[in-house]
Structures are given as C-alpha cells and as structure tokens.
Design a protein around this ligand. Structure first.
Ligand SMILES: Nc1ncnc2c1ncn2[C@@H]1O[C@H](COP(=O)(O)OP(=O)(O)OP(=O)(O)O)[C@@H](O)[C@H]1O
Ligand SMILES: [Mg+2]
Length: 435
C-alpha cells in the first residue's frame, strides 16, 4: 500500500554560518516543542530547525501538493521521504512500514529534483532507461539469457540504435522510453546528451525518467519551473492526467499557487517549517485557516481591513458598517468590542452607490488585462490601507477616481488580530492517524 505518512517530523541542520541564525528558527532545550517531542531533543540547542513537527497523511493514489514560500522546508520534506536526508525526529511510514532507516534505493520512490540531476555522460534515451535497467537487474534472470542473445548483443552493440539487437527486456524498455518520450514531446531529443538540452528540455527528461520507473511513489520538486508558460500549462495537465491513469501516490512541491490549485487533490500549505492547512484546493480558497493561507493562495491576494465587532452581528469601521448573517453569531460572541481583521478577495467587491454599508475609496492604479480589470485603491483619507479590486472590463475607471465599493458579505472572512487564525474554523483538520 503506497500511503505516505509523516508523523511529527523534525529536521534540524547545524548552522554553517552562525550569523544566519534568527531567534525564530532556533531550537531551545526547554521549548514546548521539545516537550511534545522527546526525540527532538537530539537537535542541539543552536541547530536551525527547518521542519517543526510535520504531520501529513498522503493517501494511496492521492496527488498531494506541498506549497509555500521559498525556504519554508518543502524540498527538505521530499528529501527526507526519499531517504536523502536523515530525520532529526519523528517517523516516516510507507503504508504500514516504518522506513526511517531504509536506504533510498529500497524505498521504491522516484524523485524529480528541482535541479533535474541528469547523468551527463548518458543520452536522453539512456537517462530515461536508467531506472528501468536498474530494476531489471536480476542476476538469476541475467544468467538465463540465451548465449545466442548475448552473442548478438555483443556483435551489434556498436551499431546505431535502430540496427542493434535488443534483448526482450531491452525491447520492453524501448517501448516504455518511446511512450514516455512521446508523452513529454521529447522523441526528437532521445539521442542527445544533457549538455545539448535547454533547461526546460532537461526538466522534461528528468520527469520522463521518473515516470518510466513506475514507482510506488512520485516525489516531484518543482518539476516545471524551467518551462515557458505554454509548455508549463500543457505539462501540468499531462502530469495530472498521467498520475490519475497510473494511480501513483504523488507528492508535488511548488511555490506556484496556480499549480497547487489546479493539480492537487489536496494541498498542504507550509510556512517556516510548519504546515498551516491541509485541505482540498477549494476548501483552502474558501475557508483559509489563517491569514497566511488567505494571503498566499489567491492572486491578487486577499485584502485585509481592521474592523471592530459589535455583537451580535454588526461590524464597524470609521468609514462603513455592515451586518453579517446569522451564521456568524456563535463565532463573534467572544469578540464583542474587539478589533479583528476583515479579509475579502478582490473579486468579492462590487462598484456600488454611496451608502453607509459601502466603502469609499480613491483609485490610484488601473490594470486592464482584457478579460478583467484590476484596480488598486486606498480607503478614503487613509493612504496606508490599500485594496485590490477585480472589476468587469466594461467599466471605464481611471486613476484619481473616487468610488464606493460594496462587499459580498457571504464571502468575507474575519481573522483574530493576535493569533491571525480564521475566526470560523473548519472541522478539525489534523491529518494524521496512527498506522
Ligand atoms: N543542508 C543544509 N544545511 C543547512 N540548511 C539547510 C540545508 N538544506 C536546507 N537548508 C535550509 O532549510 C530551509 C528549507 O530549505 P528547503 O530547500 O527545504 O526550502 P524550500 O521550501 O524547498 O525552498 P525553495 O522554494 O526555495 O526551493 C532553508 O532555510 C535552507 O536554507
Ligand atoms: Mg525547494
């Protein structure tokens, strides 16, 4: 069973440059995280904590996307799962097998690296075939190859590829390589060497090598980052389609939120070595667990305006006041007279007439994209609060205009000013069950 479970995973690195340590990523022997996780005390007090208690279950056949800003620990998680780094604390399960101490080769996982690590001395064909030949290296089988086959192989091995004798296993390999090459549109590159390829072509070869191996788990680290926009969109769709067909459990790392939204069955949003939320793309978009997720997923990002709660349902700001629906009653009970952050996405504003429930704004930038227009505005009299608003391209708006915006109140979010958590939380999203 190819379910991957990360249980309270920690990773620390010794500081190579002590000046790069910041208080936020230091491990202290007395910290609460240590108390929760005794194994973590292995990390020395000055080590940099890169992963801080990761719990994640990637179900069998699932496409899980890990997304987060640069340096948040995404590649480190993949490298731990692949066995390329040792864990500092916690457990990694493949199905019901604990694999912490299993060498990478024994894990039956194929990883596509961020920097595509191809074998420079092998052609594209042999790079893709490499993993297949390795898995076919069964000594008992080798002995069974008939002497005729060996002779023919020997006699023809220096001839061009089409003329060479192929053993039955090589024929299967050739079929697989050609199918994979066709899929990734690299058939014409099979005879070339990595130094003769562009970055994007190398990336597709690396992807092909992983696909050809038909492993239990795919680990993909930003495999599309070097492709141009069109090829990227095409390859994105191909990877998803292929993963569905093959049903191979996949963990896919990206910092591109469009990739995350379009590819993942579920998304795990990370920040600073911690998972912020694990949910389906639409749950993440519609019900972000905290301000970080709300801002990271969605482009342009969600807007935030500080407001005051007046229970039961009135939300006030010096420039406007709105009444929320009954569904907020329970959540707002604890926030009477308190300041909270109102979050609203650019597409949930509308140009509207003047009214106390609407927001007066001044336009300072208009971006016309053809299908949509984005306007950047300040709250009236408050140049420090910027909002981004999506409007229909049919409106003619210019910088300097004064407008009124209404909010779709079914789509607003409220975040606690101190914890930055969404005041309405989804049911418990703890994503780990003891195997
Ligand atoms: N071998 C190492 N020694 C010390 N620190 C490391 C090591 N490898 C990674 N780090 C640090 O761990 C943190 C997480 O790195 P990681 O490569 O996992 O980030 P990432 O989320 O993949 O970022 P990116 O999107 O830029 O690829 C970074 O701050 C990085 O500098
Ligand atoms: Mg990375």
């Amino acid at each position: 069973m190819a379910e991957v479970i990360l249980e309270n995973l920690y990773k620390s690195f010794p500081p190579s440059n002590p000046r790069s340590i910041t208080p936020a990523n230091l491990t202290f022997e007395t910290s609460t995280s240590n108390q929760k996780n005794p194994t973590h005390s292995q990390a020395k007090s000055t080590h940099i904590n890169v992963l801080k208690g990761i719990n994640l279950t990637v179900k069998e056949r699932e496409f899980m996307v890990l997304v987060g800003p640069s340096g948040c620990g995404k590649s480190t998680i993949l490298r731990l799962i692949a066995g390329l780094e040792e864990v500092t604390g916690g457990k990694i399960w493949l199905g019901d097998r604990l694999i912490n101490d299993l060498p990478p080769k024994a894990r039956d996982m194929a990883m596509v690296f961020q920097n595509y690590a191809l074998y420079p001395h092998l052609s594209v064909y042999d790079n893709i075939a490499f993993g297949l030949r390795r898995t076919n290296q069964n000594p008992a089988k080798k002995l069974l190859v008939a002497w005729k086959e060996r002779l023919l192989l020997g006699l023809t091995q220096n001839l061009p590829r089409g003329w060479r004798y192929l053993s039955s296993s090589e024929k299967i390999i050739e079929k697989t390589v050609s199918e994979v090459a066709q899929l990734l549109q690299i058939e014409t590159l099979l005879h070339r060497f990595p130094r003769q390829l562009s970055g994007g072509q190398k990336q597709r070869v690396a992807l092909g090598r992983a696909i050809a191996r038909n492993p239990q788990v795919f680990l993909m680290d930003e495999p599309l980052s070097n492709l141009d926009a069109k090829l990227r969109t095409e390859t994105r769709a191909q990877i998803v389609q292929l993963q569905r067909q093959l049903g191979i459990t996949t963990i896919y790392v990206t910092h591109d939120q469009t990739e995350a939204m379009t590819m993942g069955d579920r998304i795990a949003v990370m920040n600073q070595g911690e998972i912020q939320q694990i949910a389906t793309p639409l749950e993440i978009y519609n019900q972000p667990a905290n301000k970080f997720v709300a801002e990271f997923i969605g482009s342009p990002p969600m807007n935030f305006i500080p407001v005051v709660v007046n229970t039961p349902l009135l939300i006030t700001h010096p420039l406007f006041r709105v009444t929320l629906s009954e569904k907020w009653g329970k959540a707002l009970k604890n926030y009477n007279q308190q300041s909270v952050l109102l979050g609203i996405r650019p597409e949930h504003f509308q140009l509207s007439p003047a009214a106390t429930k609407n927001i007066p704004v001044n336009v300072y930038l208009v971006e016309e994209l053809g299908n949509d227009t984005y306007i950047s505005v300040h709250l009236e009299g408050d140049v420090n609060t910027n909002l981004q608003v999506r409007i229909s391209p049919d409106y003619t708006i210019k910088a300097g205009d004064n407008l009124w915006l209404s909010m779709d109140l079914e789509k607003v979010h409220l975040f606690d000013r101190y914890t930055l958590k969404n005041i309405i939380q989804l049911p418990d999203q703890t994503d780990y069950q003891q195997p």
